[in-house]
Write a protein of this length. Structure first.
Length: 500
C-alpha cells in the first residue's frame, strides 16, 4: 500500500482535502513509494489561522518556556537522528552518512536557538536627559513562513524554524514535495517535546501553496532557499505584499588553486566538494580555477580520485554517492555533459551512462569531469546541481579573480594556497558571501550567518546566526521619563524629602 504524507496543522495530522497528490519516488529504484497531499488555498489558510491563534499565547510566553521546549526537542532529535536520516535517504537518495551529516548541521541551529536569550538581550541608556532613559528591545513578528528545497529536507527547515519559534513567532513550513517525510517527523518530535499546538505547521504542495503564503496578509515574513529564478520571484512577490523576505538562491562556487598549493589536498577537496551528496548542494564546488602550469597535474589527480568513488543506493553502507532526486533532473544534468565538447570543453570523465546492477531504473549518473571549459559554455554558466565538475585555466591570480567576480553568483568560494598574503588578498577582493581558505565548502557554523552576494541572495538578511535572530524579530525603542518621587502630589507620602 502506498504511503501518504499529509499536512500537520494545529498540532496534529490533517488529511489532504484538495484531492490533489504528488508522487514521491525512491531515487535508487525509480519506484513511486509515497503520495504527498497538495494543499489548496483553504488548507494553507487553515495552517496560517492555526499559527495566528497560537501566536496569541506563544508570542507572550517566557524565554524560559520556549528554550526548555527546544532543549527537549534537541534531545529527541539527537535520539532519532538515524530514523530521520533514513527518511532522507529513502526520498532524496543521499547516502546515510551524508543524511546524518545533514541532521547534525540542523542540530547546530537548534543549539543556537536553545541559547537565544543572549541574542535577544536589549540595550539601555540611562539619564540621556533629565530623568529620561532610552531602551531598545526586540519583539517577534507573528506568523512567519519557510519554503525549503529538496536537497536538504531536514537541515534547511532547521535553519529557519528553531530560531523563529525561539524568538516567539509561530511557523508555517512548505517543504519540497519531492521528499516531504522528514519535515512531518520533525513536527511530531516538536509536539512530543511539548510545543503548543499551532506553533509549528507543515503544508505540502506546489505553486498554489507557495503563492498563497506569499500573499496571505497574516504571514509577516518569508524565508526561502532554492534556485535563483524562484528566489527572485519569492522576493519580488512577497515584498510586494509587504513582507520581510530572505531568499537564498543558486550558486556557481569557484575553487581557486594557486601554483604553490598542496595539489593532493586540493584534489581531495575538489572531489569531496564537487561530488559529495551527488553535487546536489548549493555550496558544492562546481568550478575549479587552476592558475599557471599546475592545471594538467591537478586534473589528473582529480580524475584518479573521482574514478574510485563507489556509486550505489544510499541505504548501502558501502556507497559513497547516491542517485539524483528525479529522472527529469538526472536527464537535465546529463545534457550539460553531452553538449560540453561542442562548446569547447575537454571531457575527461563522462558519467552519463552509469547504471547500478539490480537498480537499473534508479536515477543514476556517474562522475563527470570537464577540463579547459570556456566561460561561454552552459556547463559553466548554469548551476547544474549534479556531479559535474568544470575546470577552467588562467595564467595569473588577477585573471582568475576577474573570472570569479564576473559570475552573476556570489554564494561561496575557496582558495587553496600556502601563501597567507595571497589568501588575505583573495578573501578581501573576491565578491562572494562565504570564503574558504584551504577549506572547499565554507558553510559557517551555526553562530555565524550563512548567505551569498549578488544573484545568490535576495533580501537584506543572511540566514541563521545573528542575522537569523534579527530577521525573525523587529526592534522597538522606548523613551521613558518618570517624575522625581520627591515631587509627589500633595497628600501622597512616598517617604522621600519633598522638593516643594
Amino acid at each position: 500500500m502506498t504511503k501518504i504524507v499529509n499536512h500537520w496543522i494545529g498540532g496534529k495530522t490533517a488529511e489532504g482535502a484538495s484531492g490533489t497528490y504528488g508522487p514521491v519516488t525512491d531515487p535508487a529504484t525509480g519506484e513511486v513509494t509515497t503520495k504527498v497531499a497538495f494543499a489548496s488555498v483553504e488548507e494553507v489558510d487553515a495552517a496560517v489561522a492555526a499559527a495566528k491563534e497560537a501566536y496569541l499565547s506563544w508570542g507572550q510566553s517566557s524565554l524560559a518556556t520556549r528554550t526548555s521546549i527546544l532543549f527537549r526537542f534537541r534531545a529527541l532529535l539527537d535520539a532519532h537522528r538515524d530514523e530521520i536520516a533514513e527518511l532522507i535517504t529513502a526520498e532524496h537518495g543521499k547516502v546515510h552518512s551524508d543524511a546524518l551529516g545533514e541532521v547534525a548541521r540542523g542540530l547546530e541551529i537548534v543549539d543556537l536557538a536553545c541559547g537565544i536569550s543572549v541574542q535577544l538581550k536589549g540595550e539601555l541608556s540611562t539619564q540621556v536627559a533629565s530623568r529620561v532613559d532610552v531602551s531598545s528591545i526586540r519583539q517577534p513578528l507573528g506568523v512567519v513562513a519557510g519554503i525549503t528545497p529538496f536537497n536538504f529536507p531536514a537541515m534547511v527547515p532547521m535553519w529557519m524554524f528553531p530560531l523563529a519559534i525561539a524568538c516567539g513567532n509561530t511557523f508555517v513550513l512548505k517543504p519540497s514535495e519531492k521528499d516531504p517525510s522528514a519535515s512531518v517527523r520533525l513536527a511530531e518530535l516538536l509536539s512530543e517535546a511539548g510545543l503548543p499546538d499551532g506553533v509549528f505547521n507543515v503544508v505540502h504542495g506546489d505553486k498554489v501553496a507557495v503563492d498563497r503564503l506569499l500573499a496571505h496578509p497574516d504571514v509577516k515574513a518569508v524565508s526561502f532557499v532554492g534556485s535563483t529564478p524562484i528566489a527572485r520571484y519569492i522576493h519580488t512577490t512577497a515584498s510586494a505584499h509587504g513582507k520581510r523576505v530572505q531568499a537564498l538562491g543558486g550558486a556557481k562556487n569557484h575553487m581557486l588553486v594557486l601554483p604553490d598549493a598542496d595539489l593532493d589536498a586540493a584534489a581531495d577537496a575538489a572531489v569531496s566538494a564537487a561530488y559529495g551528496s551527488a553535487g546536489e548542494r548549493c555550496m558544492a564546488i562546481s568550478a575549479v580555477v587552476a592558475v599557471g602550469a599546475i592545471g594538467d597535474t591537478l586534473v589528473e589527480k582529480i580524475r584518479e580520485r573521482a574514478e574510485k568513488i563507489k556509486i550505489g543506493p544510499g541505504s548501502d553502507p558501502t556507497s559513497e554517492m547516491g542517485p539524483l532526486i528525479t529522472k527529469v533532473h538526472r536527464d537535465k544534468v546529463a545534457s550539460y555533459v553531452a553538449g560540453a565538447a561542442d562548446e569547447g570543453a575537454e571531457v575527461v570523465l563522462d558519467g552519463t551512462g552509469h547504471t547500478v546492477d539490480g537498480h537499473e531504473n534508479g536515477h543514476w549518473i556517474g562522475i563527470s569531469l570537464l577540463d579547459k571549459v570556456p566561460t561561454t559554455a552552459k556547463a559553466y554558466q548554469d548551476e547544474i546541481f549534479g556531479p559535474v565538475l568544470c575546470v577552467l585555466r588562467t595564467e595569473t591570480y588577477e585573471e582568475a579573480l576577474d573570472l570569479i567576480n564576473s559570475s552573476p553568483f556570489g554564494n561561496g568560494t575557496a582558495i587553496f594556497t600556502r601563501d597567507g598574503g595571497a589568501a588575505r588578498r583573495f578573501q578581501l577582493e573576491v565578491e562572494a558571501g562565504m570564503v574558504g581558505v584551504n577549506v572547499p565548502i565554507p558553510v559557517p557554523v551555526g553562530y555565524h550567518s550563512f548567505g551569498g552576494w549578488k544573484d545568490s541572495l535576495f533580501g537584506d538578511h543572511h540566514i541563521y546566526g545573528n542575522d537569523g535572530t534579527h530577521f525573525y524579530t523587529r526592534g522597538k525603542v522606548v523613551t521613558t521619563r518618570w517624575p522625581d518621587p520627591a515631587d509627589a502630589p500633595t497628600g501622597v507620602d512616598l517617604g522621600f524629602p519633598r522638593n516643594h
